[in-house]
Every structure is written in C-alpha cells, then in structure tokens.
Design a protein around this ligand. Structure first.
Ligand code: BMA
Length: 326
C-alpha cells in the first residue's frame, strides 16, 4: 500500500497511536491547535487548509471576525502546530467578481503552484479559485460554478489531461440536502463533464450521512485509488451533526466509487468539537501526507470555533474503508 502523490515529509506533525486506542484515527493530545483568538479580530478559526511550504508549513485560514463576517487569512508555521495568522485578510489580485464573503478553504499543490479553492460569495455561495507561489500574492481566477455551490476541492494532478474538481451543489442557506459531483476543465476556467460521485444514504444503514455529504481535503493518490476524506451530516432534534467518512475512488475515472465507508471515521466526541458557536461539528479541510511512512495528519474545524489535528495512516484508512464499506 503506497501513497503515490506528494512528497516525503519527515517533519509531518505526528504522534503515535495511543496504546489503548482502537480507532483508525486519533486526536493530537494538545488539541485544539488553534483557539478562537487566532488573529487580532477573530471570533473563531476553523475549516482551514494547510500545506508544506519551504522548511515549514503555510495555510489559508477561515477566521470569522467579531462582527461575524467570514474571510480568509494567510498563516505560517515552522512545525504545523504553532501558527502565526495574519491580521489582514488575503487580497486576491484580479478578482473577477466583487468581494462578498469567503470561507472553508482547501489548498492543492499542482505544477509548483498552490491552488486555493473556497466558498466565495457571489449572489450566494459558489466556488472561488486562486493560485499563489508564496502565500503573499494570490491570483484569483473566475468562479468555477454558478451559485449555489460549496466545498470545491481540486485533485492534485490532471487526470487524462483534465483538471478535476469535486463540489457540492447547495442552496443559499444551511442546505438540507447535498450530493458530491466531479467536474472537469482544460484550463481551470471553464468547467464541464459534470458527473455524480455519491450522495446521501437515506436509510438507517448509514444515517450519519443522511442529510448531506461534501468533500474534505484534496484527494490523496494511492495505489488503492484516490483516498477521499469527506464530511457527512445528519439532521437531529438539535440540528445538524457533522462527522467524517472515507471513500476510495477509481484513479482514472474518479467518479467511480470503489469503496465508501458505512460507519463514520470520526465524530464530535470531545468537548471542543461538541461545544462552540455551532455544536457537534468535525469538518476536515486538509491532510498532510508523508509518502515514505504513509502517515497522514488531518486538520479539521471543531464546532465552527477552533482548529483540531488528528493522526492516521494510509494503511489505517484503507483498511477502515474496506472493512466498513457500504
Ligand atoms: C456549513 C458551512 C461550514 C460549517 C458547517 C457547520 O454549511 O458553513 O463552514 O462548518 O456548515 O456549521
């Protein structure tokens, strides 16, 4: 079992699995790694993306302000645990549409550039795309889709000559539905060949993903297929509850699902995941990988308030996905 994309990352944040742990993924003992006071005016820091950058790490962070506006901020870290987030939001160059709100970034490394995708306000939520080489200057491209759409996530390489992106068409509110689609583009501007990937499971064989599902971090290329970590939502008498699941997709035709988890991978169990501005949310947006060891570090938003880190391996996730498949 091997990770095919990405690089060696000997400095990946890591803690060994605790001896008494029987889960396929385990939380960093120092969680949350970023509290709500991540920068000068932040009310909360969550649903953020990080990547290896130079000798350390860089990221694009969702910091909701104390007036409760949503925007994206660059941040840097020497070790992946301690983050310095800028106080001023990212200014996107050549933005094709006026700035409204921005949230829930993902970052994909491709052809020496870092591509950022996020939920971009334009008469409702849609998918914004930009690229940067230094996390200082960001060049914005056209929005990928018509509103309403959320959770735009790029694959880390072209597939059969095409850029490929996952997304989740939505509504202009708190969307009580949602299936994942795969779209293709020759130039990162015009998107088409939309294919259905997978949707909700309505019966109680997998009720944690009965309301909506959405892609998380950029898919990880492995010799078992594209490994996708995603979020699944159920509607309860207390509102939505967000959990994580996994799937393995065909490498050449990534709209074909090989396996998809029936049980959830991770659920809001810890206090900082259950108590916050939006209770009971774990929302994965980034995964660092080390090609040599198969180690994976997942960054996820906790209760729409703080940022958590969890550890797993390729072997754990593939075994989990296959053994607990639908
Ligand atoms: C979604 C987005 C996410 C958020 C989630 C739970 O619609 O707003 O940013 O984490 O709801 O509140």
């Amino acid at each position: 079992m091997r990770i095919l994309s990405g690089t060696s990352l000997p400095n990946i944040p890591w803690e060994d699995k605790p001896e008494n742990c029987t889960e396929p993924i385990w939380r960093f003992s120092g969680n949350p790694i970023i509290d709500r006071h991540g920068n000068k005016r932040s009310n909360s820091v969550f649903n953020s993306a990080v990547v290896p950058f130079k000798d350390g790490f860089a990221g694009v962070f969702r910091c909701d302000s104390r007036s409760i506006s949503m925007d994206l901020f660059a941040g840097f870290s020497p070790d992946g645990y301690h983050w310095k987030i800028e106080d001023e939001p990212i200014v996107f160059q050549d933005a094709p549409t006026p700035k409204e709100y921005r949230y829930d970034a993902r970052i994909t490394m491709m052809d020496g550039k870092y591509y950022v995708t996020w939920c971009n306000g334009y008469h409702g939520p849609t998918i914004g795309i930009a690229w940067t080489e230094d996390f200082k200057t960001f060049h914005q491209l056209e929005n990928a889709f018509l509103p309403f759409n959320r959770n735009g996530v790029l694959f880390p390489r072209k597939i059969n000559g095409m850029y490929v992106m996952l997304s989740r068409p939505s509504d202009n509110g708190h969307t009580p539905f949602g299936d994942i689609f795969v779209s293709q583009s020759k130039d990162l501007e015009f998107w088409g060949r939309h294919r259905y990937l997978f949707g909700t499971i309505k019966d109680d064989c997998s009720a944690w993903q009965s309301t909506k599902v959405g892609p998380g971090p950029a898919p990880i290329e492995t010799d078992e297929g594209w490994l996708l970590i995603y979020h699944g939502v159920i509607t309860t008498c207390n509102g939505f509850v967000y959990r994580m699941g996994t799937a393995l997709l065909d490498l050449d035709e990534p709209w074909k699902v090989k396996y998809r988890s029936k049980d959830y991978l991770m659920a809001p169990w810890e206090l900082y995941e259950c108590v916050g501005d939006v209770p009971n949310v774990v929302f994965p947006c980034a995964a660092l990988t080390d090609k040599d060891t198969g180690r994976i570090a997942v960054y996820y938003g906790c209760a729409d308030t703080v940022t958590g880190l969890a550890f797993t391996t390729l072997e754990e996730l593939v075994r989990f996905t296959k053994e607990h498949a639908l």
